[in-house]
Design a protein around this ligand. Structure first.
Ligand code: GLO
Ligand code: MG
Length: 343
């Protein structure tokens, strides 16, 4: 029995298109995905604003609220909660050069207005978390933005959200690059810096994704630990990544099992979830995956996370203490490898 509750987004079951080739699997309707997520053992769904309310730009406030209410009903019917809403700014024509940090004042305003709509949707869905994956907040041409001004704009945008709704929480999901070459908010430490600069740091925290930490050359478990130590880790996107290349969103634990173990271990040790936080799995099926196996990356990730949780619960802290006292980290390391390989 896992101590965690798990969440997933509809984008985690996708058609397999990549930048070099078209879709390889059929589209699955949102309602069908929710039903399957529940059956697989998930408790909550994560949303982009337009996953909940498609074609959001053309809709009035009343239309947005009506559509979000429909989605809430669907979730209720399946006994699923909504974890967060994330404004999908990176897809919009207004945000080609960034959203909150765009050089265009009109486009920055668009990004903030749309983020406030995400807050309205979150409220209708019964959740109090907004996730900001700052996809295009950075540059590909380094000299194209003033980085100091841009980071101040980012803080102003978060402030606008905090003032719009006095109880909403903002979770920034750091990523060092992709799609931009240099992002302004690459690690959980950057997120804490932005948080501290806002009008209400108690409502600005982080969502750490394993693959993003690896892309920053950092250990995901240590990044998780940093957020936990600050009392501001309110979400995770567990997945995996084979080295420094494009963002792979591999199934959790399949590339770096010991790192995966240490992510679960630090979450278990710190009672992550005690304030209602979910363990999100932001994983992607391989392009080669057939329709018949279209959810296996999710069920495999869940199984691996739960197996690693069992391993974390078995961890022998007495033996660890002895190794630490003797400064015998060779023995401690071998113990961990044995725990993972032999049980
Ligand atoms: C991409 C991100 C992305 C976000 C999601 C929620 O690199 O991980 O999947 O987590 O869009 O904002
Ligand atoms: Mg993510």
């Amino acid at each position: 029995m896992s101590k965690f509750r798990y969440s997933v987004g509809p984008w985690n079951v996708a058609e397999g298109a990549d930048v070099y080739g078209p879709a390889t699997r059929a589209t699955i309707a949102f309602a069908k995905k929710v039903e399957t997520f529940k059956r697989l053992g998930f408790d909550a769904v994560q949303f982009h604003d337009d996953d909940a309310v498609p074609e959001i730009n053309g809709k009035s406030a009343a239309q947005i609220s009506a559509k979000a209410k429909e989605v809430k009903k669907l979730l209720d019917n399946h006994g699923m909660a909504a974890e967060f809403v994330a404004p999908r700014l990176w897809m919009d024509e207004h945000c080609i050069d960034g959203a909150y940090t765009s050089n265009s004042a009109a486009d920055r305003k668009y990004a903030i207005d749309r983020s406030l709509k995400s807050i309205d949707i979150a409220r209708e869905l019964g959740c109090d978390k907004i996730v900001l994956w700052l996809a295009r907040e950075g540059t590909s041409c380094a000299e194209s933005k003033d980085p100091v001004v841009a980071i101040k704009h980012l803080v102003e945008a978060v402030n606008a959200m905090l003032s719009y709704d006095k109880t909403i929480k903002i979770l920034i999901e750091p990523k060092p690059n992709e799609p931009v070459d240099r992002s302004y908010c690459g690690t959980i430490g950057h997120v804490m810096g932005v948080s501290a600069a806002t009008v209400d740091p108690t409502r600005v925290g982080g969502l750490l994704e394993s693959a993003h930490a690896i892309l920053a050359g950092l250990d995901p478990a240590n990044e998780i630990a940093f957020g936990l130590a600050m009392g501001k880790l309110w979400g995770v996107h567990l997945n995996d990544q084979n080295g420094l290349k494009f963002d792979q969103d591999r199934s959790f634990g399949v590339e770096n099992l010991r790192q995966g173990f240490n992510q679960i271990k630090v979450l278990v040790e710190n009672d992550y979830g005690k304030n209602g936080e979910y363990v999100g799995l932001d994983v992607k099926a391989m392009r080669t995956t057939k329709d018949s196996a279209g959810y296996e990356h999710l069920s495999n990730s869940l199984t691996i996370a739960k197996l690693l949780e069992e391993k974390a619960l078995k961890f022998d802290y007495g033996f660890q203490k002895k190794c630490v006292a003797e400064r015998n980290y060779e023995a401690l390391e071998m113990y961990v490898v044995n725990l993972l390989l032999r049980g």
